[in-house]
Ligand binder design. Structure first.
Ligand code: ZN
Length: 403
């Protein structure tokens, strides 16, 4: 048994305990949560041995969107050039040797553990990286992406995604559509059939650019121009007059959960329609990647009415300087304050912690064991140190891994 005492314990689901303590067994399973006074009276020997921390004990973080396989691209792609340039650079740099790719992926796993992350939703399209991902303490759900906007290639694209998918044992895996601009209706139907059969969670890069909206509304704009420039056969693509989600969400209605990643150009109308019609939809923000690629932050303030469905991701080291959930939280906090969000900063911190822990755990279907500090769970424990005045995350705030 081990007792951790701190200025505050944020259980996430059961509120904040000032001057609180968490008792865990040798496996990290939570046995009791209470005030330090309670432990001093009821477990005096443990209380004497316990370390007393300055800061807030929080559960381990859930990073719902990452591409560990792209870690070798850190500092290789210039910032702020937009998605078109980013994708072109990605292709150019993608072919590093296997050793470089694997050692960068291992380093990324290590970095995430250090940053207090306990569970990851990871996009993995490479059988090379797939093989090392089983040797980690992190809980990883693997997403194999299918992509081909040309409907005649749907069969082959699905088979390719299935090759990586089959490398992983167990059921922490899904075949998912990459994005609306890279998946034909036929391919989306194939993924949907697979979803219905295996009841998997799914995810999709959504509305990362305005060009994607234009593509679906009128088959014009920079996304369609890029696909044309790449020489892709677009004859099977027909615009719908509406944003892409009105087309693909009904096809993913049977998936256990759908994670909409980025949402940089999602409108209030889109959010209301999605939330009214689909109870399996979650939203993921990777703001530092959006700043890196498009230099734009999604309109997060429009999503606050569905804040039980908001999660946080880091995206990859190709478009981010680090894989740190606390840094993502700071960026979101600063953005919301700038937008004049009225909540007090402690309420804001509690909301962001919820997005970074239990909401992600719910999306990944691991909330029975992770995502909050509750008796019987093994969420991992972290210490939020150097939190600023009024509970604001500052540049000096950092995470220390306790267990
Ligand atoms: Zn991504």
């Amino acid at each position: 048994m081990h007792l951790f005492i701190a200025q505050f314990v944020d259980t996430v689901t059961q509120g904040i305990i000032p001057d609180g303590g968490v008792l865990v067994d040798v496996n990290g399973m939570i046995q009791a949560i209470n005030t330090s006074n309670f432990f001093e009276i009821n477990h005096p020997e443990l209380f004497l041995e316990a370390k007393k921390y300055t800061g807030i004990i929080v559960p381990g973080f859930v990073n719902v969107h990452c591409h560990i396989e792209l870690s070798h691209l850190k500092n290789k792609i210039p910032q702020g050039g937009g998605l078109n340039l980013f994708l072109a650079n990605l292709e150019q740099h993608r072919k590093d040797d296997n050793e470089t790719i694997i050692s960068a992926a291992k380093e990324a796993l290590f970095e995430m553990e250090k940053e207090g992350i306990v569970a990851v939703g990871d996009i993995c399209n490479s059988t090379i990286v797939a093989k090392i991902l089983s040797h980690t303490n992190l809980y990883i759900h693997h997403f194999s992406e299918a992509y081909a906007i040309d409907a005649t290639k749907a069969e082959a694209a699905f088979a390719k995604a299935k090759t990586t998918y089959d490398v992983f044992d167990g059921d922490r895996k899904s075949i998912v559509p990459h994005s609306p601009y890279s998946v034909s209706n036929l391919l989306m139907d194939k993924i949907s059939e697979h979803n219905i059969k295996f009841q998997e969670i799914t995810c999709i890069h959504n509305q990362e650019t305005e060009g994607e909206n234009e593509m679906y509304v009128s088959k014009t704009g920079e996304t369609i121009e890029r696909l044309q420039m790449w020489g892709l056969n677009l004859s099977s693509f027909n615009p719908t007059g509406k944003h892409a989600l009105y087309n693909f969400l009904p096809k993913l209605a049977k998936a256990k959960h759908v994670l909409m990643v980025h949402n940089t150009f999602t409108t209030k109308e889109d959010i209301i329609w999605a939330m009214e019609n689909f109870d399996n939809v979650f939203w993921c923000f990777c703001v530092r990647a959006n700043l890196f690629i498009e230099n734009k932050i999604p309109p997060i303030e429009l999503f606050l009415a569905c804040d039980d469905k908001i999660c946080i991701g880091t995206d990859s080291l190709a478009s981010n300087q680090s894989l740190s959930i606390i840094k993502e939280m700071k960026e979101i906090q600063d953005y919301l304050l700038e937008k004049g969000v009225k909540e007090s900063s402690i309420i804001l911190l509690q909301m962001l912690l919820k997005w970074a822990t239990i909401n992600g755990a719910k999306y990944l279907c691991i909330d029975k064991t992770m995502g909050s500090i509750e008796v019987g769970k093994r969420p991992g424990l972290c210490l939020l140190e150097n939190i600023g005045e009024n509970f604001l995350i500052t540049n000096d705030t950092y995470i220390r891994r306790l267990i």
